[in-house]
Write a protein that binds this ligand. Structure first.
Ligand SMILES: Cc1cc2nc3c(=O)[nH]c(=O)nc-3n(C[C@H](O)[C@H](O)[C@H](O)COP(=O)(O)OP(=O)(O)OC[C@H]3O[C@@H](n4cnc5c(N)ncnc54)[C@H](O)[C@@H]3O)c2cc1C
Length: 327
């Protein structure tokens, strides 16, 4: 028979948001269970150099950082379950979730930290050169391309913002878009077109990311003209795919409030969703910052919000106390 796991704090996701919530939840005595999902450690396990997570003077490795975070969470009392949630019932507390393994998870509170995956072009050379010149995050990796030639692929707000951000590091930024106009907001387009360090290549899509000899990483991109089919090559050291993100929220369709792009909506300044006792943190509720440090920060907030919520249920304020406080 499949196991049933009960906890005061059930956490979905084991990236920086979920594990930070686990550390705070465990230290508050809530014995959290973390359901890790298909990617234990989250997105940072897919990268190598991380240079912007505070506390480390030297460049650290993403997978190592996440191993340490998990070890810290376990050390203070959080429990990891390697399972993938496939069913959710938020209609009553304890919330009832079912894993792919058949196990049932009951949580007095639920912290959702399922992240948002970057969309990729899904071509073989992109996969091969990921982390070796091909990236999906200019804020994360732009710094590694100081003084080098870089290109951004996309035509929406993210692509334009990434191109503008990269001008902090590079005087040679190319935006590549497969259409002849951008989808980005007008104000961003104006800033982009005014910038001397950015050129735009219209009607082009990436046919191939080209690697150099040996371990040289990305050296060029072959571009296909979307109107003529002609192939041309540009030399670049860094290629940033900026065609959007996909928040992992399918499970919560119709159950929790989401914005038009599928990100969970939280009450501003908190991690509270529209269902009492359910909290969202990290990239799944953040389409702006999407960094490990912000995910960890909101993970901490989610645990504190959940702890407060449980306190209010366990020790409800009496009418007398309310009147006293109001006086
Ligand atoms: C290649 C790359 C490089 C990056 N480099 C940096 C960097 O240098 N610095 C930086 O600050 N940020 C970087 N980022 C961004 C950073 O990784 C993310 O902002 C951060 O990981 C978000 O954390 P999160 O906990 O919200 O979600 P994620 O890290 O995405 O974790 C989501 C978790 O949810 C789990 N999950 C999903 N669905 C389910 C389910 N149904 N049931 C159970 N679990 C589920 C997954 O298994 C995973 O464990 C990088 C991102 C990428 C892709």
């Amino acid at each position: 028979m499949a196991a049933t796991h009960s906890t005061r704090m059930l956490i979905l996701g084991s990236g920086p948001a979920g594990l930070s919530a686990a550390i705070y939840g465990a230290r508050a005595g809530l014995a959290p269970i973390v359901v890790q999902g298909l990617q234990p450690g989250g997105q940072l396990t897919t990268t190598t150099d991380v240079e912007n997570y505070p506390g480390f003077r030297d460049v650290i490795q993403g997978p190592w950082l996440m191993e340490e975070m998990q070890a810290q969470a376990e050390h203070v009392g959080a429990r990891m379950e390697w399972d993938m949630i496939v069913e959710v019932d938020l209609s009553a507390r304890p919330f009832r979730l079912v894993g792919d393994s058949g196990a049932v998870y009951l949580g007095d509170t639920l912290v959702i930290a399922t992240g948002a995956q970057a969309k990729w072009l899904n071509i073989e050379s992109e996969e091969r050169l990921r982390g070796q010149g091909v990236s999906a995050c200019a804020t994360c990796d732009g710094f590694f391309f100081r003084g080098k030639k870089v290109a951004v692929i996309g035509g929406g707000n993210t692509a334009v913002e990434e191109a503008l951000y990269l001008t902090n590091h590079s005087h040679d930024v190319t935006l590549i878009h497969r259409r002849d106009s951008l989808r980005a907001e007008k104000i961003l387009q104006e800033r982009l077109f005014k910038h001397h360090g950015i050129k735009v290549l219209w009607n082009k899509e990436v046919a191939e990311f080209v690697g150099g000899e040996g371990a040289a990483g990305l050296v060029a991109m072959d571009l296909k003209d979307t109107t003529t089919g002609e192939i041309s090559r540009i030399d670049v050291d860094g290629g940033f795919v900026a065609i959007g993100h996909h928040p992992a929220t399918e499970l919560f369709q119709g159950k929790l409030d989401m914005d038009a792009d599928g990100y969970l909506v939280v009450e501003p300044g908190t991690t509270r969703t529209n269902v009492h006792g359910v909290f969202a943190c990290g990239d799944v509720a953040d389409k702006i910052y999407r960094q490990a440090i912000t995910a960890a920060g909101t993970g901490c907030m989610a645990a504190l919000d959940a702890e407060r919520f449980l306190g209010e249920i366990d020790f409800p304020v009496t009418e007398e106390e309310k009147a006293e406080a109001a006086a």
